[in-house]
Design a protein around this ligand. Sequence first.
Ligand code: PEP
Ligand code: MN
Length: 338
Amino acid sequence: MILVLDSDATEEQIQGVLARVEALGMQAHLSRGTYRTIVGVIGDERKLQETPLEAIPGVARVIAVMDPYKLASREAHPQPSVVNVSGVKIGGGNLGMIAGPCAVESAERMESIAKAVKAAGANILRGGACKPRTSPYAVQGHGEEGLKILRDTGDRHGLPIVTEVMDPRKVELVAEYADMIQIGARNMQNFVLLTEVGRTKKPVLLKRGMSATIKDLLMSAEYILSQGNPDVVLCERGVKGFDSFTRNLYDVAAVPAIKGLSHLPIIVDPSHATGKPDLIGPCALAGVAAGADGVHIEVHDRPDEALSDGEQALLPERYAEVMRQIRRVAEAVGKAMV
Ligand code: PEP
Ligand code: MN
């Protein structure tokens, strides 16, 4: 950490800064420049995260040198992490291809969608049993009944399942059924929920909040990792933009940016990022080309009858076509699709 002092800091203030740094258990290294004097703080600066160093008389600015996310950072773990979801690997060259309807509807519907996405090459089945709806009057999901349907369908097709949990009191129940637990965008900073999923042994799919920065996302991952659960997969699903033409603003640059900062796998969700079937394929390809470790797409065989997000669902044949294209991009960037 570097403390930049006020240009008119007095000698007494400079000595006061040095004394304060040493009193905090760190070493201080003073460097007097022509225009500014700086103090290098030597030691584990994360211990000072809560210390208001800018409030020390004479300090103008504090510059952090280390990332505040300790476990999620690449510094802590230079090799990319591989998350194993009941036999399906995500990261380290392996693509997690997650597909399924927005909400689990009926056993019959789940069956036909699972069959189609499996045939197209998906390796993880998704479906929401507890839906985070903007309106309290919208369909909220089928709860445990939905979890059972998803579990049975996944088992029949040899597909691990991922589903969302919204309530810290339901984490245990969802973990009983799911192979991977999804934390949705709206709950990315629900720290009680993150702590609870961190205490499970299940891989977690952590979606980026719609107004969350890359640093916010990594700090949320840190909550899960710090509880002892190392299996976190991040997901770029778009952030709020100013143009309502697309549902969200797909931040494809977040993929290589996060790859540079963290060892955690990151996948893309062009369905929620764009909200438009025509844009899902191209954005999926861009995500894989940019280094994503997987793609999450909503698929429905009767979008007009879907309980939620029907307008953005891909028909199974369209999904199969997108998967054929993804396969070619994956090959070009040296990723395995199994
Ligand atoms: C979902 O996956 O269906 C969902 C609600 O996603 P998000 O949390 O990204 O909006
Ligand atoms: Mn959805």
